[in-house]
Design a protein around this ligand. Structure first.
Ligand code: FAD
Length: 321
């Protein structure tokens, strides 16, 4: 079976769900080989979880400075791993960081880059969302080892326990003049909610929420459903909600089981980040709002009346926490 490299997303202690999705996707193409980039000891902590999801080999690309630089250590590690195993493809998450790594790696290898991929088959043909979500196309690489950036939420994680062996990859020192150094880290305040790109339910608010206070209604529904909160660009630009929660072409791409849009018109740039969600529910008082064009269920009404009713009904059915 051909080898497929998977770049592991992690926080040093825990593998992110997006990586389990990549491992499931990789198994369609061959045998998943995980590449962990981090400080010494990281791979040892993550190896068992990776093996539970099908990684037969874990390449440990570790150095004390690996966490200090943006992108470069991951690009170096993947380049080394490509040389070591001659994979049939390289998979990374189509997050902001992942897309940067994917682009730089493809340029270095002079190979094909397939981004915003939402599906792939065993022949290596992928389904991509392109031109800001305006088109969905099927593509395949015409030369080299394809570097494939998969949108989080496009694949279901699969349990596939195997025994994983660990190999070391010797990372070269990072050239500080050509790389951005991380000077400080500040944890995002997300409370108990799941991360936006990992949540199976996302409830987003738009300009229709009409202010920061209005987002309470969005948060209450998200909490009743155990979901994450998102926002349109108009909402974050107006200061209703922090920028890190923006969904769309210039924000995060999400593909949850359920996406609820409250007071969002459905501009193409917003749809680009959420239209691959499995079920879309829209609440908007304008029956002509474009969001209804992609919604599976639509409610024409005032979100301040509809959303609290929904929250009460969900909470009642779920029972006491
Ligand atoms: P609006 O378009 O103003 O819609 C508000 C909606 O709320 C309306 O449909 C209205 O009927 C409804 N409404 C009002 N009050 C209520 C109520 N009480 N109850 C129910 N419904 C109500 N946008 C993004 O979201 N993400 C992006 O990543 C993004 N990137 C962009 C990149 C570029 C290069 C550009 C040019 C634009 C980008 N945009 C993005 C902006 C995008 O074009 C839209 O302007 C934006 O998505 C609109 O946000 P909205 O739907 O919240 O606001």
């Amino acid at each position: 079976m051909p080898d497929v490299l998977v770049l592991v997303d992690h926080d040093g202690e825990r593998v992110h769900k997006s990586t389990y999705e990549l491992l499931a996707a990789a198994r369609r193409l061959g045998e998943p080989i995980a590449v962990v980039v981090g400080t010494p000891g990281t791979s040892a902590r993550l190896r068992d979880s990776l093996a539970l999801h099908g990684a037969t080999v874990v390449h440990a690309a570790e150095s004390t400075e690996a966490g200090e630089f943006l992108g470069s250590p991951a690009v170096d590690a993947l380049q080394l791993a490509v040389r070591a195993v001659s994979p049939t493809a390289v998979l990374v998450s189509a997050t902001t960081d992942g897309k940067e790594v994917a682009g730089r790696l493809a340029a270095r290898l002079d190979t094909a880059l397939l981004t915003d991929v939402v599906d792939l088959d065993s022949s290596g043909t992928v389904t991509q969302i392109v031109f800001g979500g305006a088109y969905t196309v099927r593509s395949e690489a015409t030369h080299g080892v394809p570097v494939i950036a998969l949108r989080p939420g496009s694949f279901e994680p699969e349990h596939h326990p195997v025994g994983a062996v660990q190999h070391e990859l010797a990372l070269p020192p990072v050239d500080p003049t050509a790389s951005a150094r991380v000077t400080a880290r500040r944890a995002a305040l997300a409370g108990d909610r799941p991360p936006l790109t990992e949540a199976s339910v996302v409830v987003s608010g738009g300009r229709g929420v009409a202010g920061a206070d209005g987002f309470k209604v969005v948060e209450e529904l998200a909490d009743a459903l155990g979901g994450a909160v998102g926002a349109s660009r108009a909402a974050v630009d107006a200061g209703y909600y922090p920028h890190q929660y923006q969904v769309g072409q210039t924000g995060k791409s999400v593909s949850p089981q359920l996406y609820i849009a409250l007071g969002i018109s459905g501009a193409i740039q917003h749809l680009a980040g959420m239209q691959t969600s499995k079920t879309i529910v829209a609440v908007n008082k304008d029956p002509e709002a474009p969001i209804f064009g992609v919604a599976d269920y639509g409610v024409v009404g005032d979100l301040f009346s509809v959303a609290p009713q929904l929250t009460r009904e969900v909470s009642a059915r779920r029972g006491p926490a």
